[in-house]
Design a protein around this ligand. Structure first.
Ligand code: AMP
Length: 226
């Protein structure tokens, strides 16, 4: 099964992708995480991407397309993958189609996580993660039970993303509205798009996603018509 989670920044795509990964044995492919790893490793891609990411704009398509093409060809993606943060432009969506066709694979579901933009600014300005295990926290509504100690792994180092601030968030939301949201009708027309309420509690969002994943996906014939 191959899925896309689509939604604005901080809609909860990463949280839900991890849950789907565990339940269905799929691999989460989070392009933001891949780029942040490239930045941390100081690769050429990382050096190019860092100032763009910090500003909230999108990194050029060719970098992302090459990254995903290499990743989905890897053996661990054989059972299927969850794309989290890709595609984000019409060019990326078209490139993904070509990659899947080349490998004789198809897209089973595109799940849109619908959220209220005002709430997203509040979500990002305050979020931080455990540097060891990646568990997420928030200054105002989800602090570790013991101050400074991760509930999950006991780690004591925490990180905040450079682009999780109000100014970059404005740019990130505009990029979503102007460059990513226009992909939605493309997937709707193909009958693969479903929408969940990203404002609902995490468990409820998971329940809605599970209901979509357990429904039969469209017949194979319609794939060829697209
Ligand atoms: P994310 O962690 O998904 O919020 O991504 C963080 C940042 O990485 C974005 O604001 C972009 O600058 C960059 N990025 C991640 N995925 C993509 C993509 N598919 N296309 C272009 N830029 C991306």
């Amino acid at each position: 099964m191959n899925l896309i989670l689509l939604g604005p920044p901080a809609a909860g795509k990463g949280t839900q992708a991890k849950r789907i990964e565990e339940r269905h044995g799929l691999v989460q492919l989070a392009t933001g995480d891949m780029l942040r790893a490239a930045v941390a490793q100081g690769t050429e891609t990382g050096r190019k991407a860092k100032p763009i990411m910090d500003s909230g704009k999108l990194v050029p398509d060719e970098i992302l397309i090459a990254m995903i093409a290499e990743r989905i060809a890897a053996p661990d993606c054989g059972n299927g993958f969850i794309l989290d943060g890709f595609p984000r432009t019409e060019n990326q969506a078209a490139a993904l189609d070509a990659m899947l066709a080349e490998r004789g694979r198809r897209l089973d579901h595109v799940i849109e996580m619908k959220v209220d933009e005002a709430a997203l600014v509040d979500r990002v300005t305050g979020r931080f993660t455990c540097a060891t295990c990646g568990a997420s926290y928030h200054d105002r509504n989800h602090l570790p039970k013991r101050a400074g100690i991760c509930d999950v792994c006991g780690g004591t180092k925490f990180t905040r993303r450079a682009d999780d601030n109000a100014e970059a968030m404005k740019v990130r939301l505009a990029a979503y509205r102007e460059q990513t949201a226009p992909i939605l009708p493309y997937y709707r027309a193909r009958g693969v798009l479903s929408t969940v309420d990203g404002m609902a509690p995490i468990e409820e969002v998971s329940r809605q996603i599970e209901a979509i994943l357990s429904a039969p996906s469209r017949p194979a014939e319609s794939v060829r018509e697209c």
